[in-house]
Design a protein around this ligand. Structure first.
Ligand SMILES: CC(C)(COP(=O)(O)OP(=O)(O)OC[C@H]1O[C@@H](n2cnc3c(N)ncnc32)[C@H](O)[C@@H]1OP(=O)(O)O)[C@@H](O)C(=O)NCCC(=O)NCCSC(=O)CC(=O)O
Length: 513
């Protein structure tokens, strides 16, 4: 009996025909011959090579699949002559992995990375050979080193390379990398083997997604609807509310650019939104809510600054491949071509995490009692006078609910306090020596200058909750970005403007933290 369409069938695992295994097999319209049971023995056969996995794929299944699909590393001598593994191995691996529950993937990836990785015994032997070869001529040394280099190739890398050649294989590997990143981040399994797998995948993906293999595409209202829809869905910084929003973001005095890759057609890998302004913006509402009629003709004399107001990477698996940095630099060149006189390039960036960091500080302050270490004595008195309550306690309550913005007096009293605290948060708070704030770290890695902190730059509830409404411009002085980036990455030195440095000095004087 041929079963078509999506049906749920109960199958018997061919290898465990004695043991009834409840499995879920989902057909597609081509279907495969339904699982016909012989009258006496519940056994399984297929008309088409589609695999049916137990919904509780056992470790045994994993080992079988891995043994079947992960070929041994060809010998050094036959490394260039060995035939590639059959495509069915790649497809079988992909299908099996996708059939696994999310909770089973760490186990599978651990097995893949630990049992099918580098042959450590062989590496040790070849290390000894390299040492021995030092006494010999250079060609012997090079030969020994090349053998060692080859032996350091994880066995699974051959399969991953072949998976990248099947249709959808690169996207599969990007998603696999995203799983590995998640496993490591959640500490579900932080074995050194999984970390090694992460490194191998990162180096493969960094090669495949190098800037020379990426295509820059400008998104306009005439772009395919599906692409506009994806741009809206992927927007991670200033959510797109409706079609008018997206139409505005690709309309006059706006630019939207994406990187795409031939191996992932139709998929914007990273998205950059730009506002063309007379000067560098200090407020996001004027950009995302600002309205020039959608058919206005751009006046080149009104375009003196390019403001990057949103950049989002759409593929978690490509984290660490630095697509955003490449895209910003490529878009700068594109805009210089369109507007040769353009010489101001800056972001208008959110400051995620500042409000929570400040609330943590206020909580600590509350525990430590009356010692006043965040506010100056006059500020302390002003806030108590305006709120009628204990300064830190009321600040904590008001900042948690954004209520403070409804009081003009309080907004005025808090501006100097919050501006200097936020400048310190961006400039002084560190993680492993680099800027604690991930957005700051991103732009500083790119070589931008922490240029201007803006009060009441994002008065949306989202902006108030994230950073008490403040935003920051990371400015790209093109002639300095390379040196700035090098200094930041090497010595962790942050390039900042006088405004930022003065605010930090004010913080250090007023707050005895
Ligand atoms: C910012 C990114 C596009 C960077 O992606 P890339 O692939 O280019 O770079 P990457 O993955 O190598 O990460 C480089 C650095 O980005 C920083 N980073 C920033 N936001 C991050 C996030 N949400 N998750 C992970 N990293 C993030 C990290 O400190 C990281 O440094 P490390 O690897 O050393 O830890 C992406 O992280 C992202 O989409 N973030 C979410 C949206 C966002 O916050 N965009 C920036 C604000 S908008 C903005 O600022 C305005 C504008 O510029 O347009």
């Amino acid at each position: 009996m041929l079963l078509l369409g999506f049906v749920r069938t109960v199958c018997y695992n061919a290898r465990n025909w004695r043991k009834r295994v409840s499995v879920t097999c989902i057909n597609n319209f081509r279907g495969w011959e339904c699982l016909q049971q012989a009258p006496n023995y519940p056994y399984l056969y297929f008309r088409k090579q589609r695999l049916c996995f137990s919904s509780t794929s056992s470790v045994k299944n994993m080992e079988e699949i891995l043994t079947r699909t992960v070929d041994s590393l060809p010998t050094y001598e036959t490394r260039d002559k060995s035939p590639p593994p059959p495509e069915s191995s790649s497809l079988e691996f992909i299908q099996f992995y996708r059939s696994l529950d999310k909770s089973q993937r760490p186990e599978f990836l651990f097995k893949l990375s630990s049992d099918f990785g580098v042959d450590h015994k062989c590496v040790a032997e070849l290390c000894a050979n390299v040492m021995d070869s030092q006494k010999r001529d250079i060609s012997t040394v090079l030969q020994a080193e090349d053998r060692l280099r080859y032996c350091l190739t994880p066995r699974y890398k051959v399969l991953l390379n072949h998976i990248s050649r099947v249709e959808g294989g690169v996207k599969f590997l990007v998603d696999l990398k995203a799983d590995v990143i998640e496993i490591l981040a959640s500490k579900t399994n932080d074995s050194p083997h999984i970390r090694d797998l992460n490194g191998t995948l990162k180096s493969m993906l960094s090669e495949w997604f190098s800037v020379g293999l990426l295509s820059l595409e400008r998104v306009t209202w005439k772009s395919p609807c599906e692409l506009l829809q994806k741009i809206s869905q992927y927007e991670a910084v200033h959510p797109v509310r409706n079609w008018t929003d997206i139409k505005r973001r690709v309309g006059p005095y706006r630019r939207c650019y994406v990187f795409t890759h031939g191996a992932m057609p139709g998929e914007p890998l990273v998205v950059l939104h730009v506002a063309l302004k007379e000067e560098i913006s200090d407020n996001i509402q004027t950009i995302v809510r600002g309205f020039s009629s959608l058919d206005a003709v751009e006046d080149i004399n009104k375009v003196n600054a390019a403001v990057f107001y949103s950049i989002s990477s759409t593929q978690p698996g490509l984290q660490g491949v630095e697509l955003g940095n490449y895209l910003i630099k490529r878009v700068v060149r594109e805009l210089q071509g369109e507007f040769p006189h353009l010489n101001q390039f800056s972001s208008l960036s959110p400051i995620p995490g500042f409000t929570n960091w400040l609330l943590g500080l206020l909580n600590e302050q509350r525990k430590e009692g009356p010692s006043n270490r965040i506010l100056s004595d006059m500020e302390f008195r002003d806030i108590e006078e305006i709120t009628g309550g204990q300064a830190y306690e009321t600040m904590r309550k008001l900042l948690s609910t954004n209520e403070w913005v409804s009081s003009g007096h309080l907004v005025k009293a808090l501006e100097p306090v919050l501006m200097r605290l936020c400048a310190w948060y961006l400039y002084g708070e560190k993680h492993r020596g680099y800027a604690l704030n991930p957005v700051a770290n991103f732009h500083l890695q790119n070589g931008a200058t922490m240029w201007r902190l803006n009060w009441q730059a994002d008065t949306s509830p989202r902006g108030l909750s994230a950073s008490c409404g403040m935003m920051v411009n990371y400015r790209y002085f093109l002639q300095d970005t390379s040196a700035n980036s090098g200094r930041y990455l090497k010595t962790k030195e942050i390039e900042a403007s006088d405004q930022i440095r003065n605010l930090v000095l004010q913080f250090q004087k007023a707050s005895k933290l």
